[in-house]
Structure formats: C-alpha cells, structure tokens
Design a protein around this ligand. Structure first.
Ligand code: HH2
Length: 259
C-alpha cells in the first residue's frame, strides 16, 4: 500500500502532493513501482497535527481518488464518514480508518475497512501511553472491532496494530516482535512502520547521532517491512514503494526456497 498524503503537514511528505497534478503523478509512479493499493489521505495524523474540516479534506482527496481509481485499488485514509462516503463514490473501495470508528459506514457502503489500533487522539496520544500488556490489549481490541464489523456485514476487514499511535518505542518494538500473535487471530494483518519516528530513534542510535530525518529512514522501513512479511503480515503501508516491493519479493523468494 503506497502512501499518498494530500496534506500540507504530514510528517514525511507534507506539502509535496497538495497540487492535484503532482499528487496524481506520484500515485501513477507508485502504481508503476508495484503498489497494489494507493492510500489517499487528506488529514495528517502525526502527533500534534491540527484537525482538518470535512469539506477541506474532501476537496483534497476526492479528485485524486477519481484520477487513480480504475488504474489501481484506492483506499481512503480518513476518520470522517462524509469523506469516506465521497471517496467511495469517487472510486475508493477500502476505508483505512485510524480512528476505528467507521465500521458502520464501511458496512453501509459495502467496502473494505481497516481497523487500526490507537490509544488517545493525535493531539495527545504520545504524552504518556500506558499498557499492562501491549500485545494482548492491542490484539484483543482489534479482534473485538473486527468481529463487530464482520457482524455488521463489512465484506473485508483488516487489522493494524497502529505503530506510533499512542505507543512508546518499547510498545512499538513489542508489537513488531509479536506480529505473529496478530496473525494467529486469522484476520488479515497490515502494518505501517514506514519512516516513523521509532525508526528515526533506532537509526540515530546506530549512527551515534541525535536524529535521522524521515527521508533518511529507508533501511529501518525495509527491515521492518520484510520482518512483517516474514511473520505473515499481508500488507505493508509504505512511502518507498519500489524498494519495499523489491524487499518483499526477496522475502517471498526466501520463504518459497525454505518451504
Ligand atoms: N500511519 C499513518 C497514517 N495512516 N494507516 C494505517 N492503517 N496504519 C498506519 O500505521 C498509518 C495509517 C501515519 O503516517 P503518514 O500518513 O505518513 O503521516 P501523516 O499521518 O502525518 O499524514
């Protein structure tokens, strides 16, 4: 799943694809590079991001969805019912919902739904996240949401542990180490680690520097993506599609040879 943020403020590509032609060109590039899905978002969810009203979010997202749907599967990264509805009317067939609140909307539209785990909201979620058992709590919550959504008739439900959403570095690493616990639920699992700040912290430590900027976190993004695929995760949300598709192909080859 290639990331296409039509926002001024996303943490790694904010402002690059606000212009329609540039957004569509980037989507086309990701299709050529092998993205199975292009995930179009009009509101940043980075910690501390300012909320966007629904009309503005729709204005950003809908023309991009319209231009790409039909050439690739399009998902809409939104927490708002009216944005999801407008994007589906424009051709999106998956609602990527970081608020995990839109199952009823996905059910009534008859489209797929991603339930992502999050503790708190973007304004406050990184202040002091706490879990007694992060893997068990995230897994159980995701299973409850998925069962509810399937019961409502959502035709396709994905679960995502929500790396970086109300989680410390230790929480993120615990969840990545135990992706098998999510896979064992039998639900299709997706994960997004691409360029995230936990990777910046780990890469900076490895380099003995204070920070590594988002554009320079490719090794961490690929390492975690290949790890996720090797654990049975079926979909990875990535900014660097070409490199991720190549890395995934190598892992798939390895698994075939080993089997
Ligand atoms: N992460 C981000 C946004 N949407 N959706 C899912 N399912 N899983 C994720 O991990 C996830 C997501 C955050 O990344 P990005 O879109 O690059 O940044 P921003 O939220 O600042 O636009």
């Amino acid at each position: 799943m290639g990331v296409l943020n039509v926002t001024p403020d996303s943490f790694s590509d904010g402002g690059r694809y606000l212009d329609l032609d540039r957004a569509v060109a980037h989507g086309e590039r990701m299709i050529e590079q092998g993205a199975a899905i292009v995930d179009v978002g009009g509101e940043s969810t980075r910690p501390g991001a300012a909320p966007v009203d629904a009309a503005e979010e729709r204005r950003r997202v809908v023309p991009v969805v319209e231009a790409l749907a039909g050439r690739v599967r399009v998902s809409v990264d939104t927490s708002k019912a009216e944005v999801a509805e407008a994007a589906v009317a424009a051709g999106a067939s998956l609602v990527n919902d970081v608020s995990a609140s839109l199952a009823p909307v996905a059910a009534s539209l008859g489209v797929g739904w991603v339930a992502m785990h999050r503790q708190g909201d973007p304004a406050t979620m990184q202040r002091d996240p706490h879990y007694d058992d992060v893997v068990g709590e995230v897994r159980d919550q995701l299973v409850r949401w998925a069962e509810d959504a399937l019961g409502r008739g959502v035709p396709e439900v994905w679960v995502d542990p929500g790396i970086g959403f109300g989680k410390t570095l230790a929480h993120n690493l615990a969840l990545l180490a135990r992706l098998d616990a999510l896979v064992a639920t039998g639900l299709p699992v997706m994960v997004g680690t691409s360029r995230k700040s936990s990777l910046g912290t780990l890469l900076a430590r490895s380099d003995g520097v204070d920070t590594v900027p988002p554009d320079d976190r490719l090794e961490g993004s690929l390492a975690t993506a290949t790890w996720a695929f090797s654990q049975g995760v079926r979909l990875v949300r990535a900014h660097d599609v070409r490199a991720t598709v190549h890395a995934a192909a190598v892992v798939a080859g390895e698994i075939e040879t080993a089997a």
